[in-house]
Design a protein around this ligand. Structure first.
Ligand SMILES: Cc1ncc(COP(=O)(O)O)c(C=O)c1O
Length: 403
């Protein structure tokens, strides 16, 4: 290598060329300023504890990035692919098949993909399952089941199985429940995302179809699907991004929708069309299909359940051993493995916690605006080492402010 080539090599390989010659030119343009900001952003370590839309497995994002311009050699993005194409039809079928496999869905159940979010289902459930002039039983244990009951009351009579508690911190004793044997269905929310209250059992309804909103703990542990008439779950917490809601419904409950139920939200119509009745949220189904493959590869629901317990126990352990500095209001038997909700001695400290956590890259630890406090969400894509990281921060925070 001669002297000139050697100097050029040194300049290029050590980044000196960029620093000396290119940076002043680049830095003058506003586009470059944005680019520098992005590099800075990438350097900051961020851990996403959001309640949903939430963290996705990194492998899923990398796969989606690889395929964004050219899906399965079609030459186009999934975003641009017809839902009637053979590639999308295959993707849709694979997602349904993997869902059935992961949850061991019995053959007399349909798996369908809907739009309209979890909130939409609060109406679609009664429109599909409430008998005309009928009633439904609602177990109200937090914000989401409360909202679901309000929506259902527009379509029939709603019976509250137990009086609405003043504070949602527990699941009332089964002995106090008043179930109605003539109800069209019994409804509950398996995990209340806002209050951090989770059922650790499946309610017994003595033959009345059981409907469950599993939006925030779906595919986080094995579930006996045969115990349910219908399961609904938005994807944006544990199994994908916003836009698609999964419905798993027992076949004998199909075909009894109220006359005004919109066709595109009629479970039978959507099931008969294999979730291709009208244009589905194709990209959301695609992301979900990648997450389902990831769950299978990681060891399925037994593994997801193990991880959830490890992550949430580590965090609750810190709360319980903080001499009341971190305070969980939820009764121990109803504590959520997904959304760990807690308070600090003052609102001022809670604000400090949120802002210092944010500075350190722990995103979205603020409690829901309706209840305040703090909430750390530990969905499937959040790793144990990330929780351990947060725990270290929490220990330092307590040391600093507990005097
Ligand atoms: C348990 C539960 N059900 C329903 C919903 C409402 O879902 P969406 O915002 O998709 O309508 C949420 C939202 O966070 C939720 O956590």
């Amino acid at each position: 290598m001669d002297f000139v080539h050697y100097c050029t090599y040194c300049l290029l390989s050590r980044g000196l060329f960029t620093r000396i010659f290119l940076r002043p030119v680049i830095a003058s343009s506003s586009i470059a300023k944005q680019a520098v900001k992005m590099v800075k952003g990438n350097k900051t370590k961020v851990i996403n504890f959001a309640p949903g839309p939430a963290k996705l497995p990194q492998e899923v994002l990398i796969q989606a990035q690889k395929e964004i311009l050219n899906y399965e050699s079609t030459g186009v993005s999934v975003l641009e692919l017809s839902h009637r194409s053979k590639e999308y039809t295959a993707l849709n079928q694979e997602a349904i098949d993997n869902m059935r496999k992961i949850l061991d869905v019995p053959s007399n159940y349909k798996v369908i993909f809907c739009q309209g979010g979890g909130y939409g289902q609060f109406s679609f459930v009664p429109m599909n399952l409430m008998k005309e002039g009928g009633s439904a039983d609602y177990l109200v244990t937090g914000t989401w089941s409360s909202k679901a009951a309000n929506e259902a009351a527009k379509h029939g009579q709603v019976n509250y199985v137990f009086p609405k508690p003043k504070a949602f911190t527990t699941i009332p004793d089964v002995k106090e429940w008043k179930l109605n044997k003539d109800a069209s269905y019994v409804y509950y929310c398996a995990n209340e995302t806002v209050h951090g209250v989770e059922f650790d059992f499946i309610p017994e309804t003595n033959g009345v179809p059981l409907v469950c909103d599993m939006s925030s703990n779906f595919l986080t542990r094995p579930v006996d699907v045969s115990k349910f008439g219908c399961i609904i779950a938005g994807a944006q917490k544990n199994i994908g991004c916003a836009g698609v809601t999964v419905v798993i419904v027992r076949e004998d409950l199909l075909g009894r929708s109220l006359p005004y139920c919109p066709t595109s939200f009629n479970y039978k119509v959507v099931a008969d069309a294999n979730s291709l009745f009208n244009t589905p949220p194709t990209y959301s189904v695609y992301i979900m299909s990648l997450v389902l493959k990831w769950i299978l590869k990681e060891g399925g629901l037994t593994e997801m359940a193990k991880r959830c317990v490890m992550k949430s126990s580590a965090l609750y352990n810190i709360l319980d051993n903080s001499n009341g500095f971190y305070n969980s209001l939820v009764e121990s038997t109803a504590r959520s493995r997904m959304n760990v909700v807690f308070r600090l001695p003052s609102e001022d400290l809670e604000k400090k916690f949120v802002s210092e956590a944010d500075e350190q890259g722990y995103m979205h630890v603020k409690g829901h605006r309706s209840v305040g406090g703090l909430r750390v969400s530990l969905y499937n894509a959040v790793m144990l080492h990330e929780v351990e990281h947060l725990i270290e921060f929490m220990k330092h925070f307590q040391e600093k402010y507990s005097k």
